[in-house]
Design a protein around this ligand. Structure first.
Ligand SMILES: Cc1cc2nc3c(=O)[nH]c(=O)nc-3n(C[C@H](O)[C@H](O)[C@H](O)COP(=O)(O)O)c2cc1C
Length: 190
């Protein structure tokens, strides 16, 4: 059974990406995955600052997230698009985790080789695809293996039903495909 960590890239109350993360978590659980859904609200991090890191070491919450990542085979990230790019919350979180090099004096790079699936929900018509392209590049640059399938949810204000499920046929099919692939690859390579 693959262990999958689900992370929404937004802490906003009423976030569309929190909703999308919930849909993905449900889908992955139905596929038989052991799913952990977290909120980055519980792991606050200061803006990455190399002096802060040199003086005080890697932030505790970055280390906690790194531990969480390392005990999972795969990750699903639901990410908002900000100015055609990655959300500052996600970029900062990835930056902090990416500077971890050691655990108990042994080499440790928790993101390296991690299988990742992506989704985005956005009020716009493009569904956050430009943000996901940048997020994919960033994750690949820190050694993640990002699967090709991804889910875009455009016009997100109208995309979710009262019970949190997706409304549009296309989005329902897409999240199914993304989760199936993430689960399968995490089982084999995770
Ligand atoms: C600074 C800023 C830039 C944004 N840029 C984009 C954008 O480029 N494309 C887009 O689709 N939405 C953009 N948005 C709108 C967000 O997609 C919208 O606020 C969305 O609800 C954020 O995701 P969430 O609902 O998960 O919090 C932007 C919002 C802000 C605050």
């Amino acid at each position: 059974m693959a262990k999958i960590l689900v992370i929404p890239g937004s802490n906003r109350s009423g976030s569309y990406n929190v909703k999308l993360a919930a849909v993905a978590a449900k889908e992955l659980a139905l596929l038989g995955a052991d799913v952990t859904r977290i909120s980055l609200i519980d792991y606050p991090l200061p803006l990455y600052d190399a002096d802060l890191k040199s003086n005080q070491g890697v932030e505790k919450n970055a280390l906690k997230l790194a531990e969480m990542i390392s005990v999972h085979d795969g990750i699903f990230i639901a990410s908002p698009e900000y100015n055609s790019s990655i959300s500052p919350l996600l970029k900062n979180t990835i930056d902090w985790i990416s500077v971890i090099r050691k655990k108990d004096d042994k080499p440790w790079t928790p993101l390296k080789g991690k299988i990742v699936g992506l989704g985005a929900a956005s009020p716009g018509n493009l569904g956050g695809v430009r943000g996901l392209n940048h997020l994919r590049d960033v994750l690949v640059s820190v050694g993640c293996q990002v699967i090709s399938e991804q889910t875009l949810v455009p016009t997100a204000g109208k995309a979710f039903a009262e019970d949190g499920s997706l409304v549009a046929e296309r989005a329902i099919k897409s999240i199914g495909n993304t989760c199936q692939s993430l689960h399968r690859v995490s089982q084999v390579l995770g």
